[in-house]
Design a binder for this molecule. Structure first.
Ligand code: G
Ligand code: G
Ligand code: MN
Ligand code: NA
Length: 254
């Protein structure tokens, strides 16, 4: 309860901060986007990772105002970088179930774009596999509306749920982000690497882009390149970066 109380106050007190993790094209080696990842700078506990407060924010409904702050902040930050002449990145923002289920989802996203002045081409929304395939809350209709605005949709943690690629292929999805457990086990598990190869192959046949999450080693990178996985993200390239570190990185690329 203590945590819930301070979570409520944290928004007013400006205790949330966004980190940014770059996403790379594995064939050219160039970054094309970043994913916004929220952190809580608790006055006493220090940095609290999202795994410890996102579930609570979902249970209490706080994810709605928090998610609003996250989307606006991410879009404004990205537009600021673009205005400064830094290399333009696509900004990816994670959405949780409660956010997707809101009736005004599409208008809300449009408002954040208007507010920041960011072109919809530069926005990507990440939803988990289990949310994407839900036949509720008009999710399919909402995804089509977002896509029609020019926003990209990606499916996070792919491979951990129970969706079929053929079902996902009916949805307006651009990218599958393969869960990092498959990448972690490339060298140690024949089964994981076989599944990984099959996912990459099938996704390519369906014209979906595949991004490997959690790339940590050169060996994993070479495996992914060899099997034509086009995109990747992970500690091998960068950890999630503070605004200052991200800016330094953008300046090096620019
Ligand atoms: O950054 P980290 O690896 O600790 O993130 C852990 C989890 O928290 C991830 O599953 C991620 O999707 C989720 N998460 C991080 N940032 C956000 C956010 O801005 N919104 C939502 N809904 N989830 C987030
Ligand atoms: O669920 P989602 O993919 O949105 O969450 C991303 C989370 O994965 C973040 O918490 C981020 O810190 C973490 N992450 C990013 N890259 C790596 C990596 O290479 N290895 C590990 N173990 N975690 C990573
Ligand atoms: Mn994500
Ligand atoms: Na993930």
């Amino acid at each position: 309860m203590e945590l819930e109380q301070s979570l409520r106050k944290a928004l007013e007190h400006n205790e949330f901060v966004l980190y940014y993790q770059p996403k790379y094209n594995l064939l050219t080696g160039k970054a094309f986007g970043v994913e916004a990842l929220v952190r809580w700078r608790h006055p006493k506990l220090g940095i609290v990772p999202p795994s410890e407060f996102i579930p609570l924010a979902e249970e209490t409904g706080l994810i709605v105002p928090l998610g609003d702050w996250i989307l606006r902040t991410a879009c404004m930050q990205n537009q600021k970088w673009i205005n400064e002449g830094l290399p333009a990145m696509r900004m990816a923002v994670n959405l949780s179930m409660l956010q997707i289920s809101q009736d005004n989802l599409v208008e809300w996203v449009q408002n954040a774009l208007d507010y920041s002045g960011m072109d919809p081409d530069y926005l990507e929304l990440e939803i988990t596999e289990s949310i994407a395939i839900l036949n509720e809350y008009g999710i399919e209709r909402k995804l089509h509306a977002l896509r029609a605005m020019g926003i990209r949709i990606s499916v996070d943690d792919f491979g951990t749920g129970y969706s079929s690629l053929s079902r996902l292929n009916q949805l307006p999805i651009d990218t599958l982000k393969i869960d990092r457990s498959f990448i972690r086990d490339i060298a140690s598990s024949e089964e994981s690497s076989v599944i990984l190869k099959a996912i990459i192959y099938m996704a390519r046949s369906l014209n979906l882009t595949v991004l490997a999450e959690g790339v940590e080693t050169e060996e994993q990178l070479r495996f992914l390149q060899k099997h034509l996985c086009m995109e990747g993200q992970g500690y091998y390239f960068n950890k999630p970066l503070s605004v200052e570190d991200m800016e330094r990185q953008l300046m090096i690329w620019g």
